[in-house]
Ligand binder design. Structure first.
Ligand code: G
Ligand code: G
Ligand code: MN
Ligand code: NA
Length: 259
């Protein structure tokens, strides 16, 4: 596959870049943080989304150096925002981790190093791991995550609700945030909202809060969805209604607007 063989040189040539999508507090719409979403500016094919190349990078192992680059770059950017908004303190940066990165023995050391060199506090970093990556995870896969959580890094369970995980299993995982999958948000778009989806979200929020986990909702596209999810007790939200993924400047202006 052409894209696969082009990946290592693309990393060397700096063809990857990151877009940031804000996460907001559902209560007042102020910025809570931003998720880093990697893109590849391919010289022939133009801008490619992660769905086009992350699976290839996973397959070849290039995800390890690529993921390290994303972490460094996103942490550097977050440190910069903090610097520019000295008292606008609580901004957090969310970075996705793939299963191969979790298996990479250098992960904890690299993240510790990146945080130390940047001066960003561990609590400002949130690592997103998909629910499916952790289903039935053995203790040795959870160990690095546990270690990071003890350092103060937040771990979010991404795409939550799609992986059929045993809810009781949540207690065993070192996670502090559930990111509710977009499919639930879609059910809130109808008028009235899908009653089954409402019950499910209500149940998940109540369970999450009783385990002291925060709930982030993905894919919020309308004011009605935001209102419904707020009423159901969700904490933070992400979606086109607030902002599409974009250049780092965009987050900067949102932070200025909040100040
Ligand atoms: O918005 P977008 O099409 O960029 O995201 C598609 C998917 O790609 C999301 O599920 C997201 O988790 C994943 N993704 C985006 N950036 C990264 C990254 O840096 N590393 C990994 N492993 N996945 C990413
Ligand atoms: O990590 P994850 O797969 O959750 O990444 C977020 C993905 O969701 C990215 O592809 C991003 O572009 C996409 N996305 C973000 N907000 C919205 C939204 O409001 N609606 C839809 N359909 N997709 C969204
Ligand atoms: Mn994500
Ligand atoms: Na997701």
């Amino acid at each position: 596959h052409g894209l696969t063989t082009a990946l290592p040189a693309a990393l060397d040539r700096g063809e990857f870049f990151i877009e940031y999508q804000p996460l907001v507090h559902l209560g007042d719409g102020t910025v809570h943080g931003a998720e880093a979403l990697v893109r590849w500016c391919h010289p022939q094919h133009g801008v490619l989304g992660p769905d086009r190349f992350i699976p290839l990078a996973e397959h070849t192992g290039l995800i390890v150096p690529l993921g390290r680059w994303v972490l460094e770059e996103a942490v550097r950017q977050a440190r910069f925002w903090k610097h520019r908004h000295a008292d606008g303190g609580p901004l957090r940066i969310n970075v996705n981790l793939s299963p191969t990165q979790l298996h990479h023995p250098g992960l904890v050391g690299e993240i510790t190093d990146i945080l130390e060199r940047s001066g960003l506090a561990p609590r400002a970093l949130c690592l997103e791991v998909t629910e499916s990556a952790l289903i039935g995870a053995e203790e040795d896969l959870l160990k690095p995550l546990r270690h990071l959580a003890e350092m103060g890094v937040d771990i979010a369970l991404d795409d939550f609700g799609t992986g059929y995980s045993n809810l009781a299993n949540l207690r065993r995982l070192p996670v502090s945030v559930l990111k509710l999958d977009r499919s639930f948000t879609r059910g809130m778009q109808q008028h009235p909202a899908d009653p089954v989806d409402m019950k499910i979200v209500e149940g998940i929020v109540s369970l999450a809060h009783s385990l002291e986990l925060a709930v982030t909702v993905e894919g919020v596209e309308t004011a009605a969805q935001a209102a419904q999810l707020r009423a159901l007790g969700c904490d933070t939200a992400q979606g086109w209604y607030y902002a599409r993924p974009g250049a780092p400047d965009r987050i900067h202006s949102l932070l200025l607007a909040d100040a």
